[in-house]
Design a protein around this ligand. Structure first.
Ligand code: ADP
Ligand code: NI
Length: 190
């Protein structure tokens, strides 16, 4: 399994080359790390599925890739001779993670719940703030327009976490974002 994780890291390095909008290798590696941290509290969960789903969760994201049916994730897993039942399990988890595709819906499996929480944790707190303005800038939006995204998404995520473990981390990150918004308002009136 360690070898496969290394191979998956190499694969995402090539897939996200040149991306700097918050959907990049460092985001994926943070999601992987968050997922392992949450999974420690749920020893019955399947670390193999969690690890590979976390590392591959954005390789078919429609904003970056024009693939169907998780083609990029499947290609990697097939090349690694992962058996087809496992591939289906991993793809099901990946498909249950996306915020935009699953708004309001929670993954059924424990592995899906963990990877979704891991991805959402990276959208809030200090890193969430940094990614949001990076995304806004890349799409030509000034700071004042990008701020709306806090109210549309970031401030809602704390209450949408699946696992108690993620809620604990999310609460700290959420209150940091609230402090940030107060400070920004004091400094700029925004
Ligand atoms: P996911 O792939 O989990 O559905 P997104 O693609 O929506 O997540 O978000 C990726 C990153 O870009 C996140 O940090 C998110 O907050 C940021 N982002 C997405 N939409 C916007 C937006 N309209 N304005 C600013 N940031 C955004
Ligand atoms: Ni992601």
């Amino acid at each position: 399994m360690d070898n496969m994780i290394e191979k998956a890291k190499e694969y995402i390095e090539t897939m996200f080359q040149g991306n700097a909008d918050g959907h990049d290798v460092s985001h994926t590696l943070r999601v992987y790390r968050n997922a392992l941290q949450i999974a420690k509290a749920y020893p019955q969960s399947d670390l193999y599925v969690i690890s590979l789903a976390a590392l591959l969760h954005d390789v078919d994201d429609h904003k970056l890739f024009h693939t169907e049916n998780n083609a990029n994730a499947r290609r990697f897993l097939q090349d690694q001779n992962v058996d087809s039942k496992r591939i289906e399990q991993i793809c099901t988890v990946i498909n249950s993670v996306s915020f935009s595709k699953n708004r309001g819906r929670h993954p059924e499996s424990m592995e899906g719940k963990i990877v979704q929480d891991a991805d959402r944790l990276d959208a809030i707190g200090a890193i969430g703030i940094a990614r949001t303005f990076a995304f806004g800038g890349r799409n030509g939006r000034p700071v004042e327009n990008t701020l709306q995204h806090f109210y549309d998404k970031l401030l809602l995520l704390k209450d949408e976490m699946n696992t108690e473990e993620a809620v604990k981390i999310a609460e700290k990150r959420h209150s940091f974002m609230e402090d940030f918004l107060v400070e920004l308002h004091e400094e700029t009136g925004l």
